[in-house]
Ligand binder design. Structure first.
Ligand code: ARG
Length: 460
């Protein structure tokens, strides 16, 4: 099978290996829907400006619609000799409707066609990703509300630092995801610009109406420069950057879930349906989902670097290098969607072990800062208070007592400023409730933040 699309200039057929090496149809057929969508809009525009007749337009639309159905039914025969999704569909159209099929490509090149297809595809995928982020955030809000009063240790350096509420911790994840949402939404603005009309690189001599095509395809605007429109893939790089940041955040969540499900922490339970067992160790229940998400970050970071490198130093305008944009991009899309789906299902099912969390917070002298602040309120300078509490903690370690387990007399050895009311601040509940300002860990603040979060999601 020789390639009919450019046969004219060539004196011998493409080498069989080169044909396979340069073909992209095995992966870019994923773009068939957007390719057909773009072609239909292009045909309508050509008719509007008098290049195609109404009948020609209708034949093209009918033919392409049939092809879409054939592809979706798995009846379409993809040919590597026809190189890519664009030429496969165009050749099938010509086979179906005859010479009119050959007119579709008037005023167009695969260069503006493929750039348009990818942008349409990415727009669709970004919209799905945005709604999946929202779903995960919704799950976090519900869980945070439920866990607004649950006490756990907060960590720095993974050492017990101060008590926090589990709801507050979950809302930290919510904040990360809000920024990820904004990054994808912002990326979408730069994706949603239409290359069609740029043709191969310089534009076209036909009296095209790019605003009309853009309107049909719901693009915000036609691209402002034909050379740029066919050549740059910065929007795909940007998508991978946003994806990398999202995945980075998800690895942090994953890491905590993995730690928390371990016997040593035992803070939460993940329902069995999100875990797997071991083929040798009968007792094992492994947190595979968060582990896999943590691992999958690597491929997305890799795709970001792949696309940056692909684009680097490319002279204007289109170069075949750009055909290599698709596999990294598609895999980034699949990975992000898969990770979001897994988390969106799993997060609402997290079961907290409140007693374990509370006990861990109690054990780690987590209210030491509260004692120091208490002394400051009694007139002690903060540095001196720090020293006094340090000595109390050392005593606690030696005698295996938490600060709140010590008697007033024991505490008074370190400062005579300590009175009976110290026990109000040494309790875990007192400690978290006292951090009662916007962004603080107090249960009331968690509930207020949940309410703000719900408003944010409702406004999307
Ligand atoms: N398959 C090509 C790609 O993905 C389509 C554009 C090809 N253009 C060209 N002049 N060879 O980039």
């Amino acid at each position: 099978e020789t390639n009919q699309q450019w046969g004219g200039r060539f004196s011998e057929p493409t080498d069989a290996f080169v044909a396979r090496f340069t073909a992209s149809v095995d992966f870019d057929r994923r773009l068939y829907r957007q390719d057909i969508q773009g072609s239909i809009a292009h045909a309508k525009m050509l008719t509007k400006v008098g290049v195609l007749s109404d009948k020609e337009r209708d034949d093209i639309i009918r033919g392409l619609s049939e092809i879409r159905i054939e592809i979706e039914r798995g009846e379409f025969e993809w040919s590597v000799a026809l190189e890519d999704v664009h030429m496969n569909i165009e050749a099938a159209l010509t086979k179906k409707i005859g010479i009119t099929g050959k007119k579709l490509h008037t005023g167009r090149s695969r260069n503006d066609q493929v750039a348009t297809d990818i942008r349409l595809y990415m727009r669709d995928e970004i919209d799905l990703i945005l709604s999946e982020i929202s779903r995960l955030q919704q799950g976090l809000l519900d869980l945070a509300e439920q866990e607004a009063d649950t006490i756990m240790p907060g960590f720095t350096h993974l050492q017990t630092a101060q008590p926090v509420t589990f709801g507050h911790h979950l809302l930290a994840w919510f904040e990360m995801l809000s920024r990820d949402y904004e990054r994808f939404a912002d990326c979408r603005k730069r994706v949603n610009v239409m290359p069609l009309g740029a043709a191969a690189l310089a534009g076209t001599t036909y009296p095209i109406d790019r605003h009309y095509t853009a309107e049909l395809l719901q693009f915000d605007a036609p691209a402002g420069n034909s050379l740029d429109a066919v050549s740059d893939r910065d929007f795909a790089i940007e998508f991978c950057a946003a994806s990398s940041l999202l995945l980075m955040h998800m690895t942090r969540m994953s890491e905590e879930l993995v730690l928390w499900t371990s016997a040593q922490f035992n803070f939460i339970n993940l329902p069995d349906r999100f875990c797997t067992g071991s083929s040798i160790m009968p007792q094992k229940k492994n947190p595979d989902v968060p582990e896999l998400v943590r691992g999958k970050s690597g491929r997305v970071y890799g795709h970001l670097i792949a696309l940056l490198t692909l684009m680097k130093s490319q002279p204007l305008a289109y170069n075949k290098d750009n055909q290599e944009d698709k596999e990294p991009l598609f895999d980034a899309v699949d990975t992000v969607k898969g990770c979001l789906r897994a988390f969106g299902d799993m997060v609402p099912a997290i079961e907290s072990r409140k007693d374990q969390m509370r006990e861990a917070a109690r054990r780690g002298f987590s209210t030491a800062t509260d004692l120091a602040d208490y002394l400051v309120r009694k007139g002690v300078a903060f540095r001196d208070a720090h020293e006094i509490v340090g000595l109390s903690v050392a005593y606690g370690i030696k005698t295996s007592k938490d600060l709140s387990d010590m008697s007033l007399d024991e505490l008074k050895q370190f400062s005579d400023q300590i009175d009976e009311d110290v026990f109000d601040v040494l309790t875990l509940e007192g400690s978290v409730a006292a951090r009662n300002h916007i962004g603080g860990t107090a249960p009331d603040q968690v509930r207020a933040a949940v309410a703000r979060g719900r408003d944010l999601l409702a406004a999307r």
